[in-house]
Ligand binder design. Structure first.
Ligand code: HSE
Length: 434
């Protein structure tokens, strides 16, 4: 072998937090295997951080605060971006592409916002942009969608893609606690960030849903296209009502292809929903992630594992690093995602959903008829009705058939105004009921 053939592939690491630190350690610990698997040694050429003094355990000669100079250095072949956020990550990734370097990123927010432009820039430079770690941490999911299922037609991708909210909802179900109490516990145990907004309000899951939908349906979908509701209004009553009908409450990212008369569209949404306890996603507890895929030919598939954490996320980053390194040695970039289908994104108001509604009513003649009339008036068909209690303390629990979401929410608004209804005590969408 000539000297140029054995020159290591040199990696610029942007960010050295929990994930970056784990990437750095695994590259060192697995140097021998990575060399064998890639066909060339991999070494870290530099690590860009904002505050070098915060990284006493990292080889100090590798640290720099000048990330732009690092990614454009001639001796850097590949870039790993684990900074997160939109800027400066976006500018640095584009600079890496211009300099002919492939990028591995874990940056869901950036990919969900600007994936199309970033892929176009990578293709123009003939380099790779891989980001398996951006969705569901360690779970191999994006490559199966992009490659293994490339010959199939996907109908739905439904996932629990946020561990923080899954932990909170799991604790609410286990202990009967309300949202605030379960969030406080998650914060104390380190499952929730000090500022939990991105997780609790569904922003994190919405970014991941956009990425999943784009790959699943060969259609550009951004985070702004995703209907988003978080879990802060899920109550102990919602969770108890779910249990009464054999369901559990999960924050779901739902990406589906909706048949239309004049061409299919895609509907992408993140919201809490009741799912039957027999559904494969119902048993996903704690901070774990899982994604359930339905495809025409493959049928149902389930992906499960750790969706966050340094080592699990680093596993996905290193898998991508091996892939882009191999491509680089082969002298070719891998195939990026395809947006050829370019399906319209269906607004939430028109997306078919089902609701579970719990009402406090008086147990008097005509109340059920009045309530049923409100559903009928909005074109919503009722699937089941159950009454608990009697006299002044009666509760009506109604599960609807599928209807446009706007019709269901208009029905709820009408029920709230109805004198016969003392209170609408629980409203949640239902998924996966036959
Ligand atoms: N904060 C995310 C979660 C992990 O709770 O699952 C990173 O996307």
């Amino acid at each position: 072998m000539s000297a140029s053939e054995i020159r290591p592939l040199r990696v610029a690491l942007l960010g050295c937090g929990t994930v970056g630190g784990a990437v750095l350690r695994l590259i060192s610990e697995q140097a021998h295997d990575l060399t064998a698997r890639i066909g060339r040694p991999v070494e870290v050429a530099g690590i860009a951080v904002r505050r070098p003094a915060h990284h006493p355990d990292v080889p100090q000669h590798l640290l720099t605060t000048d990330a732009h100079a690092l990614v454009t250095r001639d001796d850097v072949d590949l870039v790993v971006e684990v900074i997160g956020g939109i800027e400066p990550a976006r500018t640095l990734i584009l600079a890496a592409f211009e300099a002919g370097k492939s990028v591995v990123s874990a940056n869901k927010a950036l990919l969900a916002d600007d994936g199309v432009a970033l892929h176009a820039a990578a293709a123009k430079s003939g380099v790779d942009l891989y980001y398996e770690a951006a969705v569901a941490g360690a779970i191999p999911l994006l490559r199966p969608l992009r490659e293994s299922l490339a010959g199939d037609q996907l109908r739905r991708v439904v996932g629990i893609v946020n561990g923080t909210t899954n932990y909170i909802l799991s604790r609410m179900a286990e202990t009967g606690a309300g949202f605030a109490e379960a969030l406080a516990e998650a914060t104390d145990l380190g499952y929730a960030e000090a500022d939990p907004t991105a997780d609790v309000d569904g922003f994190d899951a919405a970014a991941k849903a956009a990425i999943l939908a784009s790959l699943a349906f060969h259609t550009p979908v951004t985070a702004a296209d995703v209907h988003r509701e978080g879990i802060s209004s899920v109550s102990a009553t919602d969770v108890a009502r779910a249990a009464e009908i054999g369901c559990t409450v999960k924050l779901l990212a739902i990406c589906e292809r909706v048949p239309n008369g004049d061409g299919d569209s895609v509907a992408v949404r993140v919201h809490p929903a009741m799912i039957p306890t027999a559904h494969p996603l119902a048993s996903v507890g704690g901070a774990f992630n899982a994604v359930f895929v339905e495809a025409e030919a493959a049928g149902q598939l389930m992906f499960y594992g750790q969706g966050a954490g340094g080592e699990p996320t680093a596993s996905a980053v290193l898998g991508d690093l091996v892939a882009v390194a191999r491509n680089r040695l082969a002298g070719a970039a891998g195939q990026g995602p395809s947006g050829y289908a370019d399906l319209a994104v269906r607004p939430m108001a028109e997306t078919p959903t089902r609701y579970h509604v719990s009402l406090d009513v008086a147990d008097k003649p005509g109340v059920l008829a009045t309530v049923a009339h409100a559903f009928a008036e909005h074109g919503v068909s009722i699937s089941t009705v159950r009454q608990n209690g009697r006299g002044d303390a009666a509760t009506l629990v109604i599960v609807t058939h599928s209807a446009p979401d706007a019709s269901l929410s208009a029905t709820i608004a009408a029920l709230r105004d109805m004198p016969a209804v003392r209170g609408v005590t629980s409203v949640l969408r239902v998924e996966g009921l036959s």
